[in-house]
Design a protein around this ligand. Structure first.
Ligand SMILES: [Mg+2]
Length: 280
């Protein structure tokens, strides 16, 4: 079976089933002493196009998407490790700009690796500490479903052939982590990520789309694009964050717009691109 047939979730399920990867359901790995670690790669022409971004913005993005997983873990970040693969003809000044962007969120780069590569590839490991990681499996019927900001910016930007700047919700993540039963960041699309939460928690997630604040220029269709990097939490206390739905008895994700059911597509990593996975 090819990866395009198995899909990312199929691959992960098989790795778990065979004991080749453990405890991989959450946004970051939890180690002893409150240490949380996450790693995310950005590959040219898969996750970004150089024509659509500056090196500095790309560096910021690589740091931000990793810090987003620490935010979803309620963590205080401590350090980044960066592996850069770049074609030999890449300008030194461009690489320095990239590292300026990596340092922009204020978390130090303390190591990593550099290597030649045919395409620009960036792999970042982010390390932090958390007193309480909500994880994805604790949502309960009756919990409010909240998000930390407007959605759809990444999809709207993509339609205009540019990349949106991801938010860094570390402070919000720590506040929510103190009370939330489950939390993750929205990287694959609202419906897909809500589905992860529902599946791991064994409950149903109900979303009222009219309550979702759309980013400037975004439409409901852009919610399926993902890469918004806002946090999605199931919590008994909304803490003033926008409530877009709730958890209920049952399974799966039910999305309604003014009472009518709708289907949102989402990102499938091995499915050939955006919108390849139909969730209905
Ligand atoms: Mg994540």
């Amino acid at each position: 079976m090819r990866l395009s047939e198995a899909g990312e979730l199929g691959l992960l399920a098989e790795l778990e089933r065979r004991g080749l990867a453990r405890r991989i359901e959450d946004d970051a790995a939890q180690l002893g002493g409150g240490l949380v670690v996450t790693q995310d790669a950005l590959i040219e022409d898969v996750h970004f196009r150089l024509a659509w971004t500056s090196y500095r913005e790309l560096g910021f993005r690589a740091a931000a998407v990793n810090l987003s997983d620490l935010a979803a873990s309620g963590a205080e970040p401590e350090a980044l490790l960066v592996t850069l693969g770049a074609p030999a003809e890449t300008e030194l000044d461009d690489v320095l700009e990239l590292y300026e962007g990596l340092n922009e969120p204020g978390v130090p780069v303390v190591g990593g690796d550099t290597t030649g590569a045919q395409l620009l590839t960036l792999s970042v490991t982010a390390l932090g500490r958390s007193e309480r990681v909500p994880g994805r499996s604790g949502a309960r019927p009756g919990d409010a479903l909240v998000v930390t900001g407007p959605l759809g910016a990444a999809g709207a930007a993509f339609r205009q052939e540019r990349h949106a700047r991801p938010p860094v919700r570390l402070e919000e993540g720590r506040r929510l982590a103190a009370v939330a039963h489950a939390m993750l960041d929205i990287s694959d699309g609202l419906a897909v990520d809500a589905g992860h939460l529902a599946a791991r928690s064994g409950c149903k997630v109900e979303i009222e789309l009219e309550r979702v604040l759309l980013a400037e220029g975004a439409t409901v269709e852009d919610l399926g694009f993902g890469e918004d990097y806002e946090l999605l939490a199931a919590t008994p206390d909304a803490l003033g964050f926008a409530e877009i739905g709730r958890c209920a008895e049952g399974s799966g994700v039910e999305i309604r717009l003014r009472g009518e059911p709708v289907a949102l597509t989402g990102w499938e990593h091995f499915g050939g691109g955006r919108g390849a996975g139909d969730l209905r």
